[in-house]
Design a protein around this ligand. Structure first.
Ligand code: HEM
Length: 506
């Protein structure tokens, strides 16, 4: 028989072993120490947060854990770990953190913000049907028409400083034409003003740590009149703006007000009309509205600005690309999509723009829906995963001298070097949430880059005394970031180039 003393010692020992094992199994990833309750709330930077996160990765490693008001946030700084978690383990790493300000301002409809589940799947399918690689090639005629109109506007643009709003206009007119068949004249158009205002709301609510109601949702029940309740006031003012962006153009198409029937909304509506069940038809209509309401992506604007700045800074790189265009396309015509595969240097410029001025420096936040372990560390269910895409794309081991604009890093023997990691595998996100607009964005960027380089020289802007301004940009912003300042101008390359552009007006 076991003596009572030995039995007590055995119980104590086995409990200690269990507690220690449990503790070991629950070892959380390292990170900066936080305060009680608020955790690392005040460590979250609103301006250029990727820099602070990148510095932490030097202290704590490739995965860094923060806590904000009880919510764990994992900053991932290695592309391989991001792929391991969000791609290979996508079954549990594909949700999104939900923030109450999304719903309060009307942005909650957006595919990019919806948690993983049936509603996300239905919407994603709708977007995919109209933007997968094969379908997007059908939009190339319209894209070409709008890029040519953009070239004409560039010819008429002032010589000293380029009017960057023309780039906004190009993207807005193209997407409104392809999605709604609606013709936009300029940026003063009411549809566009509304989209711009709605995107400002998006930028505002996505500033990390700005609205406490996001972390303490019960705060939403505090009445609007209570002094300091900025979130409720902001939401009440913004919601009608965002709702108008979703409803107005779609309703216009339903009322037959579009100028072209060859568009995404018309083809969605044609399919919906075949649905005999009225309830299901209504549901489908809502999905269609929500799927079309998100497609004006500012990210492409940011990418193109990186291109213009990079060119203004590097006349030698520009010349190399222009020589490639001269030999492949020749002086008699403008570039087309058929030239794409024979223009590796233009392709390398696109890749370098995406890498150098990382458009979405913190990618898209994912959220994990089950407890998990990585490399011995415990990752609790509900953890928000933040891929530091900027850090990954500025890793000097993969991209030496990462701050330098250098498309040649992707070229070997006149071809794209497959040994260098393609930035598109990081910049467009990961796993099931990877950007569904990436083929469309690549198509737009290719034709703009090739057409501009074929017909214009991009140079630094000049001040009133004729001195060149420094075109070197800094990356600014948070969820979506933009190079600034935009000190460049476009000069027609030759009379022949000007003629090519003018000929598209006919
Ligand atoms: C240079 C251009 C672009 C870049 C760099 C970019 C980047 C991204 C990134 C990083 C994500 C988050 C992915 C993730 O969570 O892992 C994303 C999602 C998304 N993008 Fe893009 N994007 C671009 C252009 C576009 C365009 C042109 C469209 C629309 C036509 C678009 C539509 C979307 C949508 C709907 C989502 C949400 C997907 C989901 O949550 O399931 N993007 N994009």
């Amino acid at each position: 028989m076991l003596s009572p003393v030995i039995a007590i010692i055995l119980v104590i020992l086995s409990t200690t072993v269990l507690v220690l094992r449990h503790k070991r199994l629950r070892t959380l990833p390292p990170g900066p120490p936080g305060w009680p309750i608020i955790g690392n709330l005040f460590d979250i930077h609103q301006e250029s947060p990727w820099i602070a996160y990148s510095n932490w990765s030097k202290t704590y490693g490739d995965i860094v854990l923060l806590r904000v008001l009880g919510t764990p946030m994992l900053i991932v700084s290695s592309a391989d770990i991001a792929l391991e978690l969000m791609d290979k383990r996508s079954v549990i790493y594909s949700s999104r953190p939900t923030f109450i300000m999304d719903e309060m301002t009307g942005w909650g409809f957006n595919l990019a913000l919806i948690p993983y589940g049936q509603r996300w799947r239905n919407l994603r399918r709708k977007v995919h049907e109209h933007f997968h690689q094969i379908v997007t090639s059908r939009y190339r005629n319209k894209q070409t028409k709008h890029v040519h109109a953009f070239l004409c506007q560039c010819l008429n643009s002032p010589e000293r400083q380029f009017n960057y709003k023309l780039v906004h206009q190009l993207l807005a007119t193209t997407i409104m034409d392809i999605v709604y068949g609606i013709e936009i004249k300029d940026m003063d158009d009411d549809y566009i003003k509304n989209v711009v205002e709605s995107l400002e709301v998006f930028g505002e609510i996505k500033q990390p740590g700005k609205y406490w109601v996001n972390y303490m949702p019960f705060l939403r029940y505090i009445p609007q009149w209570v002094p300091g309740n900025t979130s409720a006031k902001y939401a009440a003012h913004s919601r009608p703006v965002v709702e108008e962006m979703v409803n107005r153009p779609f309703n216009a198409v339903q009322d037959g007000e579009q100028t072209s029937n060859d568009c995404v909304a018309v083809s969605m509506l044609a399919k919906i009309e075949l649905q005999p069940d009225i309830e299901k038809r209504k549901e489908e209509e809502t999905y269609a509205k929500h799927a079309t309401g998100i497609l004006y992506a500012e990210t492409t604007f940011s990418l193109l600005q990186a291109f213009f700045c990079g060119m203004a800074m590097s006349p030698d790189i520009q010349q190399r690309a222009q020589q490639e265009l001269e030999s492949v396309v020749g002086p008699e015509r403008l570039p087309t999509y058929d030239d794409q595969d024979r223009l590796p240097y233009v392709q390398a410029i696109f890749m370098e723009c995406l890498r150098w001025m990382t458009t979405a420096p913190l990618g898209g936040s994912h959220s994990v829906t089950q407890d998990d372990y990585y490399n011995g560390y415990f990752i609790p269910s509900g953890t928000i995963i933040i891929p530091n895409a900027w850090h990954m794309l500025h890793n000097p081991e993969e991209y030496p001298e990462p701050d330098k604009f250098n498309p040649d890093r992707f070229i070997k023997d006149g071809m794209i070097n497959p040994a260098i990691r393609d930035p598109t595998t990081i910049a467009f996100g990961f796993g099931r949430r990877i950007c569904p607009g990436r083929h469309f964005a690549k198509d737009t960027a290719f034709l703009v880059i090739a057409s501009i380089l074929h017909t214009f020289d991009v140079k630094p802007s000049i001040d009133e005394n004729g001195h060149e301004l420094d075109p070197t940009p800094q990356l600014r912003g948070s969820a979506v970031s933009f190079p600034s300042p935009l000190n460049y101008r476009l000069i027609s390359r030759s009379e022949a180039a000007e003629k090519l552009v003018r000929a598209t007006e006919l």
